[in-house]
Structure formats: structure tokens, C-alpha cells
Design a protein around this ligand. Sequence first.
Ligand code: ADP
Length: 214
Amino acid sequence: MQLTKRQEQILDIVKNAGPITGEQIAERLNLTRATLRPDMAILTMSGMLEARPRVGYFYSGKKPGRMLADKLHRVLVGEIKSVPVVVPEKCTVYDAVVTLFIEDVGTLFAVRDGGYLEGVISRKDLLKITLGGQDIQKLPVGVIMTRMPNVVYIEPEDSVWEAARRMISHEVDALPVVRPSGKGNGGTQNFEVVGRISKTNITRLFVELGEGNI
Ligand code: ADP
């Protein structure tokens, strides 16, 4: 974030003399409080200055990089997730490919009865099987998908930063957003699929952060 010369001056004053009131800052700069108001708003909204009623402004000490990090940890998966595209585990590879095109996504989630997560099918899973010469009109996706418990997932209350970290460390393009939902047969945890988060969601957020809208 590029500060104006006056905003830099205000930061210096508050760093050296804070906590300090808006009135006192204005006096030191020979300006009126009204003139300073937009600058004070920018400096407090960006997190560089903090304002306490009846105390005044003080320097938060937060570096711009730290503030961006705070923001990324504050945005939650639930706020930016997309609608999940799910297919039943018995869906054929052929139908999965058609779904991929119709829904314009790169990753499908396979679910069993009740909408519980069973697996993930990526573009390359589908491409790979088409090279094998098998009858994709008959083959169910259950045979080729990455299956639970090996699916990497995320919950709506997790941070977007954590979602991005999981995608990078597991080298996958998308994560199902899930909610734990009781136990299934054999005592395994059921996960209801409530969303999808992909590298596209993260890139979109990155663009919005760059525009300064968040
Ligand atoms: P692509 O196949 O287009 O490279 P990915 O990198 O997402 O897409 O997938 C690579 C492999 O990882 C595939 O075999 C896929 O089944 C698996 N995979 C994709 N997403 C996940 C996930 N969230 N958890 C576990 N495995 C996944």
C-alpha cells in the first residue's frame, strides 16, 4: 500500500507521540481535523493505526505484510466456497466426463447415499482411464477415484489460507468442503459435502485483495 507524504507524517507523529488525539495531530501539522479525516480513516482501516475512544490514536506496529497475513487468516472457506459438483459412486466414467463439461469444473466429488463423501475424481483420473482402452460407458468412477480416507478436505470454518496450504502441500486442485455428520457403518465418520474450494476460488480472492476491496 502506497502512503501519501501526509499519511507518512501522521504515522511518524503517532509512532513518536502516541497515544495522541486527532486534534493534537492536526495541530502539529497546522491543518484542521476535517482535512485529516480521510487520511485517518485510511490509516485505521488498513490497520496501521488503531483508535481508542477517549485515548486517541496509537501505532499498531503491524507491518503491511503482517496485515495481509491477518486478512488471509480471517477470510473463511465458508465465505468463498462454490457449490459442489457431486456424482454417485456408481456413475460411469463417461457420465463423469459429461458432467465435468456441463458443470465446467475440474474436479468431481463422489458421494454415497445421504450425500456423504466417498471420493474425488480429477481431470487426469478421467483422462488416464480413457487411455487404457476400457469401456468407459460401463466402468463406474468408484474404480478410478481417490477414496476416503485419503481425500483431503476442509471445513467451512477453516481459513482460506489453510485451504490453500492443503492444496499446495497435497498437490491437488480442489478440496471438498465438508461437515462431519455422524458415524456410518463400521463406525467411520460421515462427511456431508457442502461445498467446493479450488485454486480458482483462491485466485479470485487474490484478485479482490489486490483491488483493495476486502
Ligand atoms: P489433475 O488430475 O487435473 O492434475 P489434481 O492435481 O487435483 O488434478 O489431482 C491429482 C490426483 O489427486 C488425482 O488422482 C485425484 O484423484 C487426487 N485428488 C484430487 N483432489 C484431491 C483431494 N482433495 N484429496 C485427495 N486426493 C485428491
